[in-house]
Design a protein around this ligand. Structure first.
Ligand SMILES: [Zn+2]
Length: 265
């Protein structure tokens, strides 16, 4: 089998184990079916996910110029507390920002090695948790806009991490925690404006990833530096492909890279 196209993050579906799909223009691959098989990845060129031009990717699949100008890459995306659409204030495109920010958002605890706090649109649950490689997660508050979620996250960050330790996540050095108990302890730090949205009774979501074997030591594949790789796929976790020789490939980190992908055996 032979595919060619621009990489975007893997689509997922939660069943007893997560199903992973790589979607091309006219085709898709279910990666779960490639476990145990040798595949090769060959980097051909860049293709910005916004302007479509062959320009070096800066961040999030966008070239530098697009990243600096399009509404999808505003500061409030990474820093939800900077959201201003609820005040009718424009960052780059107020209509876009209203659609994105003025909808239900969730502040959650996700455990991918240790517990961390995060923000996502409600419609992105459990996708966001899967993308982070969390084996368990729970909602803390569900609020009507991104700003309220952002200030809640900022307040909780003083008491719990907001980073994923991806090395531990990929080598499966993980703890099983009672997230409802952690939520209960954090409740007192939720800011006044968001307190009425506290979710006291939601249960933990458990997520199982399709991994036959976790690597012990990991080497990251960066196609910008090493444009060709070939290896046996042994697992998928978060947005990473895990290979038999310890190589890990962050698919999301390569959005906007045009590649040729072959399934060899
Ligand atoms: Zn561009």
């Amino acid at each position: 089998m032979h595919y060619e196209g621009v990489l975007t993050k893997m689509r997922t579906e939660i069943t007893d184990v997560v199903q992973y799909y790589l979607v091309w223009d006219n085709d898709f691959i279910n990666f779960n079916q490639l476990l145990g098989k040798k595949i090769s990845i060959n980097f051909l060129k860049y293709q910005c996910l916004s302007c479509g031009l062959e320009k070096k990717i800066f961040r999030q699949g966008f070239c530098y110029d697009c990243f600096q100008s399009i509404p999808q890459a505003g500061d409030w995306v990474i820093s939800p507390e900077k959201s201003r659409a609820h005040l009718d204030e424009e960052d780059r495109d107020l209509e876009f920002e209203k659609r994105a920010q003025l909808q239900p958002h969730v502040v959650y605890l996700a455990n991918s090695s240790d517990v961390k706090v995060g923000v996502t649109r409600k419609s992105q649950i459990p996708t966001r948790w899967i993308d982070q490689g969390a084996h368990e997660a729970i909602e803390i508050v569900e609020v009507p806009n991104r700003y309220l979620a952002g200030i809640t996250e900022v307040a909780l960050k003083d008491h719990v991490s907001d980073k994923t330790n991806w090395r531990k996540m990929l080598t499966n050095e993980v703890l099983d925690l009672d997230l409802a108990e952690v939520r209960e302890k954090l409740k007192q730090y939720i800011p006044e404006e968001a307190r009425e949205y506290y979710l006291a009774s939601n249960k933990e979501t458990e997520i199982t990833f399709p991994v036959k074997k976790f690597p012990e030591k990991i080497k990251t594949l960066n196609l910008g530096k090493n444009p060709f790789y070939e290896g046996v796929l042994t697992g998928i976790k978060g947005q990473y492909l895990l290979f038999e020789d310890g190589t890990v490939f962050n698919v999301r980190g390569h959005e906007g890279f045009v590649v040729e992908l072959k399934v060899l055996v």
